[in-house]
Ligand binder design. Structure first.
Ligand code: NAD
Ligand code: DAU
Length: 340
C-alpha cells in the first residue's frame, strides 16, 4: 500500500490519473487535491469519490497552512504534481496566474513535501519547455530549455526549482515532460475537444495561422501509465520525456480533417484565423530514455485514440455543454473575438 497525493486531480490529466490509479493500484490510499479553478471539475472524479475510493481536498497549492497540514498528517509516498494553469492562450492574455500557481505554488508544495518527509515528488511538466523545433529532430532530456509562451516559461521555471531540490538537498524529485495529451475530460479550450464540440454545435473551427504547426499526440491513459512507471521505478533527480510515436506527429490541419471525417462534418467548418503570438512550429519527442529505463512506450494509435475520444464527447454532451455555456464563454469571446 502506498499513500499518494494527486494535485490538479479534478483537471484533465489529474482526473484520468486518479481513475488509472484506482484501477491499477486498488490498495493505495489516494488523496485528490484541487482548487477547482475554471478548469477543475469534480464531475471528472465523481465515481471514485462516490465509491469512497479516494479522498478529496479543495485547496490552493499556495495555501501554506493546508498544504503543510496535509503533508505532515499523511507521510505520502508519492506526490504527483499536476495542478497548474495549463492553457497557452490564457497565458498570453495574462501571465500572473501562471507565475503564481506554476512557479510559486510548485515551490510551496515542494517545500512542504521536503520538510515533511514525502518520499518522492513527481513533477508533471511539458515538452513546451524546450521551445520550438525546425522541420527535423526531436527533443531529448538534455535539449536546452527555450520556452516561448508565459505558460511554458512558468513550467520551465518550476522544473528548475524541482531539479534544484535534488541537486541542493538530494530531495527525491523527478521531472516528466510530456507532449500534447488528448482523451476524455479535456477542457474544451484545447484543440481536440474544442474542435470536436464546435463541430457538434455547427460552429466554426478556428485554425491558427497556416494550420501546419505540428504537435505530437499522446492518449492521456498512456501518459498515466508512464507516470506510474516513473513514480515506482524512476531515478531521483532525473528528467523523463514522455510522448507520442512518430505516427502521432501531425499538423493541426490534418488533426482537424480527421475530427471532421469522424463526425461526418464538412471541411467548410474550418476557419483560418490569425496566428497565436509566439506560436511554436513543431514539437516532437525522443522517448527512448523512458523506454529503455522503464519499459514504457505509447500503446494507443492516434487513429484509435481519436476515435474513442470523439465517441466520448458524443456520449458526454451534458458534461461539455455545461462548460461551454458558462464562464468559459467570456474567455472564448476574448480569445477568438478579434482574431478574424
Ligand atoms: P488542466 O488545466 O485540465 O487541469 C489543471 C488542474 O489544476 C485544474 O483542475 C485546476 O483546478 C487545478 N489548479 C489550478 N491552479 C491550482 C492551484 N493553485 N491549486 C490547486 N489546484 C489548482 O490541465 P491538464 O491538461 O490536466 O494538465 C495537468 C498538468 O500536466 C499541468 O501541469 C500541465 O502543465 C501538464 N501537461 C499537460 C499536457 C496536456 O497536453 N494537457 C501535456 C504535458 C504536460
Ligand atoms: O505540448 C504539451 C502542451 O500541450 C501542454 O503543456 C499544454 O498544457 C497543452 O495545452 C498543450 O499545449 P498546446 O498549445 O500545444 O495545445 P492547444 O490545444 O492549445 O493547441 C494545439 C495546437 O492547435 C497549437 O498548435 C495551437 C493550435 N490551435 C489551438 C486552439 C485552441 C488552433 O489552431 N486553434 C485553436 O483554437
Amino acid at each position: 500500500m502506498k499513500r499518494v497525493l494527486v494535485t490538479g486531480a479534478a483537471g484533465f490529466i489529474g482526473s484520468n490519473l486518479v481513475h488509472y490509479l484506482v484501477a491499477q493500484r486498488p490498495d493505495w490510499d489516494v488523496t485528490a487535491l484541487d482548487l477547482l479553478t475554471y478548469a477543475g471539475n469534480l464531475e471528472n472524479i465523481a465515481v471514485p469519490l462516490r465509491d469512497k475510493k479516494i479522498k478529496f481536498v479543495k485547496a490552493d497549492i499556495l495555501d501554506d497552512g493546508t498544504i503543510g497540514d496535509l503533508c505532515r498528517s499523511h507521510t505520502f509516498d508519492f506526490i504527483f504534481h499536476l495542478a497548474a494553469e495549463s492553457h497557452v492562450d490564457r497565458s498570453i492574455h495574462g501571465a500572473m496566474a501562471f507565475a503564481r500557481t506554476n512557479v510559486l505554488g510548485t515551490q510551496n508544495l515542494l517545500d512542504h513535501a521536503m520538510a515533511n518527509g514525502v518520499k518522492r515528488f513527481v513533477h508533471i511538466s511539458t515538452d513546451e519547455v524546450y521551445g520550438s523545433l525546425g522541420p527535423t529532430g526531436r527533443f531529448v532530456e538534455t535539449t536546452p530549455l527555450d520556452p516561448s509562451s508565459p505558460y511554458s516559461a512558468s513550467k520551465a521555471a518550476s522544473d528548475l526549482m524541482v531539479l534544484a531540490a535534488w541537486k541542493t538537498h538530494k530531495y527525491d524529485a523527478i521531472v516528466t515532460r510530456c507532449t500534447n495529451n488528448y482523451g476524455p475530460y479535456q477542457f474544451p479550450e484545447k484543440l481536440i475537444p474544442l474542435f470536436i464540440t464546435n463541430a457538434l454545435e455547427g460552429k466554426k473551427l478556428p485554425l491558427y495561422g497556416d494550420g501546419m504547426n505540428v504537435r505530437s499526440w499522446l492518449h492521456v491513459m498512456d501518459h498515466c501509465e508512464a507516470l506510474l512507471k516513473v513514480a515506482e521505478g524512476g531515478q531521483a533527480g532525473e528528467v523523463y520525456n514522455i510522448g507520442g510515436s512518430a505516427e502521432a506527429e501531425i499538423p493541426n490541419r490534418d488533426v482537424t480533417y480527421a475530427i471532421l471525417k469522424l463526425l461526418g462534418k464538412s471541411e467548410d467548418l474550418i476557419q483560418k484565423v490569425a496566428d497565436r503570438p509566439g506560436h511554436d512550429r513543431r514539437y516532437a519527442i525522443d522517448y527512448s530514455k523512458i523506454k529503455s529505463h522503464l519499459g514504457w512506450s505509447p500503446r494507443t494509435s492516434f487513429a484509435d485514440g481519436l476515435k474513442s475520444t470523439v465517441e466520448w464527447y458524443l456520449n458526454n454532451r451534458a458534461w461539455w455543454e455545461r462548460i461551454k455555456t458558462g464562464e468559459y464563454l467570456k474567455f472564448y469571446d476574448k480569445n477568438y473575438g478579434d482574431r478574424k
